[in-house]
Design a protein around this ligand. Sequence first.
Ligand code: HEM
Length: 128
Amino acid sequence: SERFNAFEAIGGSETLRRLVTAHYKYVAAHPDLAPIFPNDLTETARKQQQFLTQFLGGPPLFSEEHGHPMLRARHLPFPITPKRAEAWLSCMSRAMDDIALDGTLRDSIFKRLTLTAYHMVNTEDEYD
Ligand code: HEM
């Protein structure tokens, strides 16, 4: 029997594209997030699409092009505060609303993203 695959369950790359596009639309407009991201989010979104594909159980697109994710290390150049983790997650939650991703599938994906987001925290709010 095959292991449950969240990537396929949400509708694969097409659904993920809509989620990532909506997420970065909110990131670009968020006062706590926009300043630490590049103005042009095209490449950022492309990498995130690759990463989330494998994170959710699809093909390992990110690792094939960029090697081991080492996600926390890749975020060290940026001050990721608890406030920014919360902001990132709020943008993701709104993106999930926009594409009508709901139910237990949404909840389980959001829970995993919450753990990952707080794992990225490398700076306390008062030192940003
Ligand atoms: C890259 C911020 C959480 C996945 C980045 C970049 C920033 C950033 C500023 C660099 C963008 C660029 O130069 O193109 C944040 C903040 C987070 C957060 C503030 C709040 C906790 C996450 C989470 C994930 C993630 C939870 C995965 C689920 C990625 C990926 C990249 C990236 C895959 C591209 C890495 C690369 O350049 O190879 N993030 N991030 N981030 N982020 Fe995050």
